[in-house]
Design a protein around this ligand. Structure first.
Ligand SMILES: [Zn+2]
Length: 483
């Protein structure tokens, strides 16, 4: 059996105390330390990084750099690093420059990139490392990474595969005394990838937990999983937010309309969605990366989409996540985590206003915690950019799925289940502000041969008048006169 080891604290009880205190300090709420029902265990997050400076509040995205120490770098208590020679000897070491070696491009770098892919953390490779004594120096741009990786003989085959210190001394040591374990090519060198990915989890602030499911941050190596699993993703998103809290450049929280995540163009008959890889399973495959969450009360998520042809929109916001048993690694009883019921989500829909600008159209917050919020057949009456804002109710991360879909406008403008004069009045009063000519045609067609009150049909038809009158209606002037 192989285990992963933390450098600094090995005692489970001490570990648990430390994590509870720090989480309270960071997250700022006073009651969840006792029950531990939020799963993943954290001992805090990076407050300052070479790559990103001050990192802000818990849940905010940030940038971390990582580097490979040159062979000969002192690893206190263990010797000097021989990682580069180890990697060259056990994997393809062709090519002069480190970044052109296949073990770098195909194994080491993708392992860091995987954490970037599923969180608001942006990992950047720092190609320089000055060989300063391991664990003792902070990252510095152009000098060394925030997280440095080295290797040394720890205990040979079996036992400890690797170890990592805690933030800010979060350097990672690979046991280069166990080449047969790391060079095992099974499942695309899963032994090496899972081990390094686990240690990176520590370097980000995640600690060991025990679970009845299979998670990467469990202390014992598990070859049945491929990288981060659902609880690991929840943990890193609690600390650094989800992938849409940054763009390709780096941190860019989608906490406002101006920095909303663009989902695309929403056409009639089509849907847009986000967060769809999070479901009721604890298992995550290496191909899955679509996980989004509200991290805490400081976090809201804005998504925008373009609507060129008006229609009726459905919005569905579903809190997601499986149930599983977990505890901080060590003694103690398991607790049940219901990971879809940790924050009561709600959403707001924004869109273009008649007089110009963007405004709140409606809110959905009726469903209780753990249940989807929904909006059905809500008419979008003007083409333009629409937005959904997602909010949570607690300081615990909540994964969710969000989908929006657009259907053709029918003539039931007032959504009362039928097509009658009431729909025309609805349209006419501008409550729905349907300007497009075809919308009235929709009603006329649907209303068919049924008698139409002349009082209704003979009012000035905005579509027949010129643009000026059209705009007057838009400004609410004609509307007022007619009602
Ligand atoms: Zn570990």
């Amino acid at each position: 059996m192989s285990i992963y080891r933390n450098l600094v604290i090995l005692d489970g009880l001490l570990w648990r105390t430390r994590s509870a205190v720090l989480l309270l300090a960071c997250v700022g709420i006073g009651s969840f330390a006792a029950s531990e029902t939020f799963a993943f265990v954290s001992n805090g997050r990076w407050a300052f990084t070479a790559g990103g400076g001050a990192t802000g509040l818990v849940g905010a995205p940030t940038t971390l750099t990582w580097s490979l120490v040159p062979d000969g770098t002192v690893i206190p208590g263990s010797g000097t690093s021989d990682l580069l020679a180890f990697l060259d000897a056990n994997f393809d070491g062709d090519g002069g420059d480190i970044q052109s070696k296949s073990w770098f491009a195909d194994l080491i770098k993708p392992t860091f990139d995987r954490w970037t892919e599923i969180s608001g953390m942006t990992f950047r490779y720092e190609e320089n490392d000055d060989g300063a004594t391991f664990g003792n120096f902070n990252g510095q741009v152009g000098v060394r990474g925030d997280v440095r990786v080295g290797g040394v003989f720890l205990d040979g085959p079996g036992g400890t595969d690797a170890q990592a210190g805690f933030i800010p001394n979060a350097d990672i040591t690979i046991d280069t005394g166990d080449p047969s374990f790391f060079s095992d090519p099974a499942n695309d060198f899963r032994n090496l990838r899972n081990t390094l990915m686990h240690e990176i989890g520590h370097s980000l602030g995640l600690a060991h937990l025990d679970s009845t499911a299979d998670f990467l941050l469990e202390p014992t190596y598990n070859s049945s999983i491929d990288g981060v699993q659902l609880d690991d993703i929840r943990g890193v998103q609690q600390l650094y937010g989800d992938r849409y809290e940054r763009d390709e450049i780096g941190p860019r929280p989608n906490n406002s309309l101006d920095s909303a995540t663009f989902l695309g163009q929403l056409s009639v008959g089509e849907s847009l969605s986000v967060g769809m890889d999070a479901g009721a399973s604890t298992i995550v495959t290496a191909e899955q990366s679509d996980f989004v969450s509200v991290a805490n009360l400081n976090d809201v998520d804005y998504y925008t989409f373009d609507v060129e042809t008006v229609g009726k929109i459905d919005v569905l916001l579903t809190p997601t996540g499986p149930n599983y048993f977990e505890k901080p690694s060590g003694p103690g009883a398991f607790s049940l985590t219901r990971s879809s019921q940790l924050s009561d989500l709600q959403f707001e829909l924004y869109g273009p206003q008649v007089g110009g600008g963007t405004g709140l159209l409606t809110t959905a917050d009726a469903a209780s915690i753990g249940l989807p919020e929904s909006l059905f057949d809500f008419p979008l009456t003007l083409p333009g950019e629409y937005s959904v804002k997602v909010l949570g109710s607690t300081n615990i991360v909540q994964l969710y799925q969000l989908s929006v879909s657009l259907s053709e406008l029918d003539a039931d403008f007032d959504s009362d289940g039928d097509t009658d004069g009431g729909d025309f009045l609805f349209w006419q009063r501008g409550l729905d502000v349907l300007f497009a000519e075809k919308d009235l045609e929709v009603w006329q067609t649907a209303y068919g041969a049924a008698p139409v009150s002349s009082a209704v049909i003979t009012v000035p038809e905005p579509l027949a008048v010129d643009l000026a009158a059209f705009m007057l209606l838009g400004l609410g002037i004609l509307r007022k006169a007619q009602s």
